[in-house]
Design a protein around this ligand. Structure first.
Ligand code: TYM
Length: 327
């Protein structure tokens, strides 16, 4: 069976961008593949995190993933599988510095911070380790992670050609993007990607936001000065609202056109808000019903299972590089 792997950071509050860009797909394809979904806490600490808060966020995110329908056997807490960090080091040694300095996310984040940790630069190498450790075939992510998956392929290719003696060490992973919702934009500023770390109250819709809050945020979303939906040439804000609706409801392009062409923005927003509320309600309901022990147990079990696969890849990598291994 082919393998799917993806990850999400336990920082900020997970929002509908994370859901439509990645998590919804995770749940959808999980049984077509052998699936591994990681809460990447080692990525989170590339920027300072308050320890107590981080701990709570890990628990909360695991609960949300279970509520979305991710199988508990697939859940992995990255720091509980030390092989991620070990492989990351080995890959660091074959990754040219210039490749990392070119990463757009690194450039954006390093400009926004006064002191940059070395971890921020190494971030995509750790991500490559997450993917290659499990020999993943498919990586479902949003558009912003595409460059990182491409880098992962470059690293894998470089490793395979530097160390060819025992055959190809790594499987080449493919990016899996959703057709709609790969890049959900901020409601307050549709030129900016919806982001967990953006502070504005009207920017993102959290997966655990109350229906009243969701409605309020959408009713205040930025649109433009046209009188109604110009389906063939919508402004960025309207295009974003349409994409959110389509991604939640999976409406066809024809249905979208028929339903929304010429619709006034007030009605558009009401319709989108109801679709989002209806889409998140069952998730929120399940989230409230999951006992905390079940979350801890899922993370423990999933991580133990993952270690077995991780170890076999790591042995292969060490053998390829000529490091001593006992087996
Ligand atoms: P993270 O935690 O920022 O986001 C998790 C997933 O959500 C997607 N996403 C979005 N999709 C659409 N619109 C948006 N506005 C939006 N914002 C976020 C992301 O593309 C991602 O798929 N580096 C990764 C985590 C990671 C990972 C991995 C992913 C670590 N190791 C291995 C895949 C494979 C990240 O920070 O995602």
């Amino acid at each position: 069976m082919k393998r799917v792997l993806s990850g999400i950071q336990p920082t900020g509050s997970p929002h509908i961008g994370n859901y439509l860009g990645a998590l919804k797909n995770w749940a959808k394809i999980q049984y077509d593949y052998d699936s591994i979904y990681c809460i990447v806490d080692l990525h989170a600490i590339t920027a300072y995190q308050d320890p107590k808060e981080l701990n709570t966020k890990i628990q909360q995110l695991a609960g949300i993933l279970l509520a979305i329908g991710i199988d508990k056997k697939s859940l992995v807490l990255q720091s509980r599988v030390p092989e991620h960090a070990e492989l990351a080091w080995l890959l660091t040694c074959v990754t040219p510095l210039g490749w990392l300095e070119r990463m757009t996310q690194y450039k954006a984040k390093s400009q926004a911070q006064e002191t940059i940790s070395d971890g921020l630069l190494q971030y995509p190498v750790l991500m490559a380790a997450d993917i290659l450790l499990y020999q993943a075939d498919v990586v479902p992510v949003g558009d912003d992670q595409r460059q990182h998956v491409e880098l992962t392929r470059d690293i894998a290719q470089r490793f395979n050609s530097l160390y060819p003696e025992h055959g190809e060490t790594f499987t080449m992973p493919a990016t899996h993007l959703p057709t709609v919702g790969a890049r959900v934009m901020g409601l307050d500023d549709p030129e900016k990607k919806m982001s967990k770390s953006e502070p504005g109250a009207g920017h993102a819709i959290g997966l655990l936001d109350d229906p009243a809050v969701i409605r309020k945020k959408i009713m205040r979303a930025t649109t433009d000065s046209k009188p109604g939906v110009d389906f063939d040439d919508p402004g960025a804000g309207v295009r974003n609202l349409l994409a959110i609706y389509q991604a939640f409801t999976e409406a066809s392009n024809e249905d979208m056109r028929a339903r929304f062409s010429g619709m006034r923005y007030g009605d558009l927003k009401k319709t989108v808000a109801e679709a989002v509320v209806a889409g998140l309600e069952p998730i929120q309901q399940r989230y409230r019903e999951i006992p905390p022990e079940q979350i801890t147990e899922a993370l423990r079990l999933g991580s133990e299972n993952a270690r077995r696969i991780a170890n076999s890849t790591l042995t292969k990598v060490k053998r390829a590089m000529g490091l001593f291994t006992f087996d």
